[in-house]
Every structure is written in structure tokens, then in C-alpha cells.
Design a protein around this ligand. Sequence first.
Ligand SMILES: NC(=O)c1ccc[n+]([C@@H]2O[C@H](COP(=O)([O-])OP(=O)(O)OC[C@H]3O[C@@H](n4cnc5c(N)ncnc54)[C@H](O)[C@@H]3O)[C@@H](O)[C@H]2O)c1
Length: 355
Amino acid sequence: MIKYGVIGCGAIHGVHCEALQNIEGAHLVGVFDIVYERAEQTATKFGVTPFKTIQELFAAVDAVTVCVPSGLHAEIGIQAARAGLHVLVEKPIDVTLEKATALVEACEDAGVKFATVSQHRFSDQVRKLHDAAQSGGLGTLLQGDAYIKWYRTQAYYDSGDWRGTWKLDGGGCLINQGVHYIDMIQWIMGGVKSVQAQVRTAAHDIEVEDIANALVEYKNGAIGVIQGSTSFYPGLAERLEVHGRHGSVILEGDKPKLWKVDQVAANEGLYGGGVLMQPTPSLHLHDQEDIVANAASDPTAVWGEQHRLQIEDFTNAIINDGEPFMTDRMALEPLKIIMAIYESSRRGGAKVELA
Ligand SMILES: NC(=O)c1ccc[n+]([C@@H]2O[C@H](COP(=O)([O-])OP(=O)(O)OC[C@H]3O[C@@H](n4cnc5c(N)ncnc54)[C@H](O)[C@@H]3O)[C@@H](O)[C@H]2O)c1
């Protein structure tokens, strides 16, 4: 049984606590927050211990999940790793590559397991699209787009003094909301080579961007678009659109809106690839209500089951001394892309190559 502590008792931590109470092999021992009353509230709700100091929590557990503001992930994760604990941090891994790399290295040096939450990688449809794209099932890949046309009010940004700040949020609509879909599109397409971007703060009183557009070139030669926003009322379901020489797939809110493969071309191995893809049997088309009634407009709407699957995978990696599905360095990729987009925009849309 892996004993867990959850650090940071704000908006997302309840999903972690619930998940931990529904995973065989995991046991939620207690929680810590710098605001003790928050830890107490959570402790009462889940029947666990509210720790008064982080050291007391460290002494009582084998692993932590870190749900504090993004710019504190590395600081707290490194302390936990040095205390010999396995570390799962919320997304993004942290807000600078220096801090994020230091976190990964601290976990490697301490010999503890480390992963960053990217729960949509645990969606069946996202994995199916990844496998289809990477096995050649759509033919040679031509274009991969991520559209994250979400909406957040000014009140959302005002609800926490870290939100919308460079120091602790690390940026705006890309690093906070868009990071999931940037991670997925780069994973599905096989990595990003360069970006040319324009971002701006258009509709909120914040330091960071609330609209971002980037042209992307992938390592395999395909191109695409990353579009993020927290400015577009009412907030649309996010879309991943992938086009290969003999097929196109559109996922909207992780569900297939279009999955069309030219089976003749696929069977004959035309245009690259050649792995036969079965069309998805149940094509699900969202109605208008579905499109707006999710995280696109509601910051508290999180798909708890995908978190449960990722934390379960992480727990199994600890138990079996294996590698988590989301390996320790994977979360550096979306951060590198986001930093390159910011740099490109600062340089007037110049092409920025990723290291
Ligand atoms: N995976 C997802 O879908 C998802 C969704 C929402 C948030 N998140 C991520 O989770 C993290 C937290 O976001 P949130 O919306 O829950 O924030 P929040 O502001 O609601 O909660 C953060 C909590 O951390 C506490 N805290 C701050 N500094 C601390 C410290 N040094 N030690 C202990 N506790 C501390 C605060 O008191 C607060 O209770 C962010 O990194 C965010 O990007 C992920």
C-alpha cells in the first residue's frame, strides 16, 4: 500500500483525494496547505490527517501529489524528493525550464518516481489517435492542430493572487489551460521542431497572454496550428485535428467528431503507413449544450476519471518499480513549446527552433 499526502488544498486537490481513495494500492494519509483551515476542511471531508507542517506530512507518507500554484511545483517537489518521496506534480511541470529540469534531476538523483499530470493522455480516444498517427494508420502525417478556444472571466483571474502572473502561473492561456492540448498534439504528431507565434493580452486585466496563435513545424515535417485563448465567450470545446495522406481525425473534448480513413489507400499502403484503421463505430457528435458545458468555460470542470487512471498508473509504477506511462521528462516538451511560442512572439513572430 503506497501512503500518499496531497499538498495544496485548492480547486484541483479534491480530484486527487477522491482518486486516491479509489485506487487499489494507494492510501491517502493526509493533506497539507499553507492555509491550515483548508487542510482541515479537506481532512474532515475525506477522513484523513491535516498536517500542520510539510515536514510532518513528509514523515508520514511514501509519495505526494503537488497541487499548489504552478510556479511552486519544483520547489515543493524537490523538497519531497530529497525526503525520499515519490512525486506527482500537477501540470504544468513548473513555469520555467530551469526549475522544471531541476525537479526532474532531483527526482532522478533521489531515485524516486516522478511524473506530471497530463490526464488526457489517459483518454482512450487520445491514445487511439496517437497510436493511429504514429503507426502510419492515417498515412504520412501532413498537419496537426490544437484549438483551445476557452473562456475565463476576470473574476477567475482575480480568484487567486497567483493566477495570470508570470511568476506563479508562468503565462496565461497557453501554459495554464492550453498545456494539456499542446502536450497531446506534440505527442500525437511526434514532437515539435519550430514555432512562429503571436500572443497578446486582449480581454483581461492580467500580465500574461489571453490569446495565442502559433504556426508549428513538427519534427516529421508536418505543419500545424496551436491556438489558445481564455477570451472567447462562451468557451468552445477544445479540438485536436490531425490530417494524414489517407485520413483525418477530429477529437472534440476528447471525443471523436470525425474519424475518416480512406480504407483503399490504407489497405494498399498508399501515401505512407499502411496500418489498417477501423473507423470508430460510434461517431459521437456533440450538441450545442455539450460544447459549452465543460472546462471550456468552467474552471472547476475536470474529468476525475482520467486523473484516477494516471494516479493509478503512477502508483503501479512505484509498486512494480516500473516507469510511469507519463515518464519523468515528457512534461518538459510542452513547456519547451510554450516557452518557444512566448519567445517567438516577443521577437515579432520570428521562427524559434526547439532545442
Ligand atoms: N490537471 C488539471 O486539469 C488541472 C486543473 C486545475 C488546476 N491544475 C493545476 O493545479 C495547480 C493548483 O491549481 P488550483 O486551481 O487548485 O489552485 P488554487 O489556488 O485553487 O489552490 C492552490 C492551493 O495551494 C495552497 N498553497 C499555496 N502555496 C502553498 C505552499 N507553499 N504549500 C502548501 N500549499 C500551498 C493554497 O493555499 C491553495 O489552497 C496548478 O498548478 C494548476 O495548473 C490542474
